[in-house]
Design a protein around this ligand. Structure first.
Ligand SMILES: NC(=O)c1ccc[n+]([C@@H]2O[C@H](COP(=O)([O-])OP(=O)(O)OC[C@H]3O[C@@H](n4cnc5c(N)ncnc54)[C@H](OP(=O)(O)O)[C@@H]3O)[C@@H](O)[C@H]2O)c1
Length: 306
């Protein structure tokens, strides 16, 4: 029998993307080690040394970087922390896999690397132009990794994640809809809602195709936050009016791109597949996880996510 392939997943106990990636790898027969902040806090002294020793001991075929600074508004006041997690950490991981060519690094980046001035889906050839500190730190991270020119490194930009585990925009909306007869949701930002399980399956396809470089993986189609909220509430049959408001009505510390839909043709060219349309993925997620009330939103943290 062939030996199981091994993966080490950073953020694998709590991260929205990382937990889904770890689960999908396990379902696909990989041996998966998960590292949480309690095992490896990147802010701690010798964190990189500790990770190097783990890589030498475990010899994984895949290192998944699901650890990141993801609080978009808080990043405006904490640029050093965002830069460290989103640029310095992936840069160090890139150097680690450079000297371990049998280990592939899978790193996630974000639609927030774009300015949002375009009105057609962003391709991997489009120039970046981040509007906020978080976006700048994500650009710096992906540029540092791509500049290494590695054949064993995948940078996957994704967007507007929803999925089981940590609360997310969808769980926040459903919670608010259960408690209120109407809620206001922004209608002038358009993006690509993406199910974490679909992101994980698509990322695994890229790994299996031995792809390297930059890819976009996001739910097919586009929506405003308001349209996403409306569809989620409709699926759960909640009697709550979703009222469209503008970003100006709902000021946030960090500016967000008005349009950040991702064109996934880079993924399609390599794998021959296409991510699912987001409404189909949302239906699966809602029926599987949120109808039972099992997915508890973390309201405080959610308020500052994308
Ligand atoms: N969420 C989205 O909608 C979205 C959209 C586009 C792109 N992305 C990208 O997708 C990736 C994953 O995002 P996500 O939403 O899954 O993130 P997330 O749920 O916020 O998880 C981030 C993970 O990083 C860990 N972490 C944070 N600081 C750490 C530290 N100092 N040392 C070790 N671990 C640390 C967190 O641990 P704790 O739980 O202990 O804090 C958590 O496990 C990121 O690169 C993000 O930029 C996300």
């Amino acid at each position: 029998m062939a030996a199981k392939r091994k993966a080490l997943v950073l953020g694998g106990f709590t991260g929205l993307a990382a937990t889904a990636q770890a689960n999908v790898l396990e379902e696909a027969g990989w041996e998966v080690g998960r590292l949480g902040r309690a095992d490896l806090d990147f802010q701690a002294a010798d964190a990189f040394g500790k990770l190097e020793r783990l890589l030498d001991a475990l010899e994984p075929d895949l290192l998944v970087n699901g650890a990141a600074y993801t609080q978009v508004d808080a990043a405006e006041d904490n640029p050093d922390a965002a830069d460290f997690l989103n640029r310095a950490v992936p840069t160090a991981l890139g150097r680690m896999v450079k000297s371990r060519p049998s280990c592939v690094l899978l790193h996630y980046s974000s639609d927030f690397v774009f300015s949002g001035k375009k009105r057609s889906p962003y391709t991997t050839d489009d120039l970046t132009g981040p509007l906020n500190v978080y976006g700048k730190s994500k650009v710096a991270g992906e540029e540092a990794l791509l500049s290494l020119g590695l054949y064993n490194c995948l940078v996957v930009r994704t967007a507007w994640l929803f999925g089981p585990g940590r609360g997310n925009f969808v769980t926040t909306v459903l919670d608010l809809c259960r408690k209120n007869s109407s809620i206001n949701v922004v209608h002038d930002q358009t993006g690509s809602p993406t199910y974490t399980e679909d992101l994980a399956h698509c990322s695994l396809k890229l790994v299996e195709a031995e792809a390297h470089g930059l890819f976009h993986v996001a739910g097919t189609g586009e929506a405003t936050w308001c349209e996403l909220a409306d569809e989620a509430a409709r699926l759960v049959k909640l009697e709550c009016a979703i009222r469209p408001v503008t970003s100006a009505d709902f000021p946030r510390k960090a500016a967000r791109p008005a349009y950040s839909v991702l064109d996934c043709s880079s993924f399609e060219r390599v794998t021959g597949g296409k991510p699912r349309p987001w409404p189909q993925a949302l239906r699966d997620y809602i029926y599987k996880y949120t109808m039972s009330g099992g997915d508890e939103p973390d309201m405080e943290r959610n308020a500052d996510r994308v």
